[in-house]
Design a protein around this ligand. Structure first.
Ligand SMILES: [Zn+2]
Length: 332
């Protein structure tokens, strides 16, 4: 009996160790991918003079879009930009899988041989990022012309805004590894929340409740949950004083019913996990300044953009994970 227990104990221990090792290996692999990507972007910058953070932003935007959509294949290499075969080879090219740079150019395809191996391949990360950089290069290498280039490519203001926002975030921090999150309220504050997403009614003022309500006292600090850029700050009839922050994964984080904003907080500002943006309040449901029509709480919403539309998804499981990981980090 004793030995059975020992065996079970051993099996359990080795399972735990294996899981631990796996996550350590995964983390290492992640760091490795960030490094390879950064090398790729800086290499293309050296050739084209297009700053790496714009290339990183386009690449990350497209990677996110592919993750969110079923009609696009998932990225296989380290680059995330996706070109349709006919876009790559040229619309009138009889061979949509063409990899010959000469005929691709003849048919006005976007395909480009970036690594000089004589082939312009959609499956080659260098060729893919170089191809996009070459497209932008037709417009110029400064901020305004890159914006114009992006607009002529995507023809969607929101997409251009999201990409430019990401570029500013990457530029600010000088690195790609920006995935850490924290819980929106200080972990030690007194707060409570349940999974209320999709409920018929809520203080968000929408037909279904698009978020999680976190109840806490007036003025408890509200923190940015991740790296991002402040996209919106102001008053809305239902949301009261609210802030919207876009992160590097095309996700929009919405903080509503605030008691007020952090001093100097402004649209366009870059934030990091833990940056204080305001306080818990009960503003909303009336003209600017209306407050106290319901118990103070933070309404936290999350929205995902997939390149042509944006939808709400449930923040609750994310809030749980962020709190757990933040707690684990604080212990170490
Ligand atoms: Zn709410």
């Amino acid at each position: 009996m004793k030995s059975l227990k020992a065996v079970i104990g051993f099996l359990f221990l080795s399972l735990v160790l294996t899981v631990d090792l796996a996550s350590a290996a995964e983390q290492e692999q992640e760091q490795d991918i960030y490094k390879k990507r950064m090398d790729l972007y800086t290499q293309v910058e050296a050739v084209t003079q297009i700053p790496w953070y714009y290339l990183a932003a386009v690449d990350q935007y497209e990677r996110n879009v592919r993750q969110a959509r079923k009609d696009l294949p998932k990225a296989e290499g380290i680059a995330g930009i996706y070109f349709k075969p006919e876009e790559w080879a040229g619309l009138l090219n009889p061979n949509p899988e063409d990899e010959n740079p000469v005929s691709i150019q003849f048919f006005n395809g976007i395909g480009f041989d970036g690594n000089g191996d004589g082939k312009a391949s959609r499956k080659d990360d260098e060729d893919v990022v170089h191809a996009f950089a070459q497209y932008l290069l037709k417009y110029g290498t400064d901020h305004e012309n890159i914006k114009i280039g992006l607009w002529s490519y995507y023809k969607r203001d929101k997409t251009v805004g999201i990409i430019i926002g990401k570029a500013m975030i990457y530029k600010h921090f000088g690195r790609l590894d920006l995935d850490t999150h924290v819980f929106p309220l200080p972990l030690r504050s007194i707060h409570s929340y349940n999974n209320t997403w999709g409920d018929a009614r809520g203080w968000g003022g929408r037909r279904i409740h698009e978020g999680t309500d976190i109840f806490a006292g007036y003025g408890v600090p509200v923190r940015a949950t991740g790296y991002g850029i402040v996209e919106m700050k102001g008053w809305n009839k239902y949301g009261g004083w609210r802030v919207g922050i876009r992160d590097i994964n095309n996700t929009y984080h919405y903080y509503a019913h605030l008691s007020g904003f952090a001093k100097d907080l402004k649209a366009g500002q870059i934030v990091e996990p833990g940056t204080i943006i305001g306080g818990v309040g009960s503003s909303g449901y009336g003209p600017p300044g209306t407050s106290g029509k319901f118990p103070p709480h933070l309404h936290y919403g999350m929205y995902k953009d997939n390149g042509y539309t944006e939808w709400s998804f449930d923040p609750y499981p994310h809030l749980k994970i962020w709190a757990r990981k933040e707690r684990a980090r604080l212990k170490n």
